[in-house]
Design a protein. Structure first.
Length: 237
């Protein structure tokens, strides 16, 4: 089930990563306590692999957590809640802060890029206005700068406003997240651009058949004439 969600191509997948990570962790912990020694042993081996990739902070890609924060149904509250279940208090607090810091850094990068575009547009508007002597250039130019300064102050608070605002219904599986950001683009002018680009990143570009099917690798052009019994033996091996 997790594999199918990660390899989806008709819907965004980056926001589902963290939920499925928690789902796998919870199930592995339960299977490790199973009375069946064979099953619990397999689960413990899988858990050691899980810890290898997700137990070390240096191995983690925080952009995947940011994608989860940009899901209006979950936001940073869900990330913090899950970190509290996975790690001790101090590590959970540290990781939560790092996720927020990554989001703020992304936001500030987009904000600076937007300010450069606005500044260039403003200079062009002023130059155009100078050519038209019938318009009170100085007054209009100062007023426009005033509006841009006010808008800039408001924009710098977008991340905090988004995180403080209430979450959408977490059980609403039909919520169009990209549509939500499009509708709220006027409220979160810069943050919506961050969401547009981050949420468009697929979790994986590898087809699930390539990861789990050994048929294609077994029946190459040199083995296609083998007997059925031999092919079955090779696949089982």
């Amino acid at each position: 089930m997790v594999t199918l969600k990660f390899f989806g191509s008709l819907h965004i997948t980056s926001n589902s990563f963290f939920k499925e990570l928690i789902y796998m962790n919870t199930n592995l912990l339960q299977l490790c306590k199973n009375r069946d020694n064979l099953l619990s042993g397999m689960a413990m081996n899988m858990m050691s692999k899980f810890e290898k990739y997700w137990g070390c902070e240096a191995n983690q890609n925080f952009l995947l957590y940011v994608a989860n924060v940009l899901d209006p149904r979950l936001k940073l509250k869900y990330v913090k809640f899950c970190f509290d279940e996975l790690y001790d208090y101090d590590k959970a607090q540290l990781l939560t802060k790092e996720v927020k810091d990554h989001l703020v850094s992304l936001y500030e990068f987009y904000l600076k890029a937007d300010e450069v575009v606005d500044d260039n547009r403003h200079k062009q508007d002023v130059n155009d206005a100078i050519d038209d002597m019938e318009i009170d250039v100085n007054t209009l130019a100062r007023f426009k700068r005033h509006l841009q300064e006010e808008e800039s102050v408001e924009n710098r608070n977008e991340v905090e406003r988004y995180l403080v605002d209430g979450c959408e219904n977490p059980n609403d599986d039909k919520l169009d997240i990209l549509g939500w950001w499009k509708i709220n683009a006027s409220k979160y002018k810069i943050l919506s651009k961050v969401a547009q680009h981050v949420l468009a990143i697929p979790i994986s570009t590898l087809a699930s058949e390539s990861a789990f099917s050994t048929g294609g690798r077994t029946l190459d052009q040199f083995r296609s004439s083998l007997s059925l019994a031999t092919v079955q033996t090779l696949i089982c091996c």
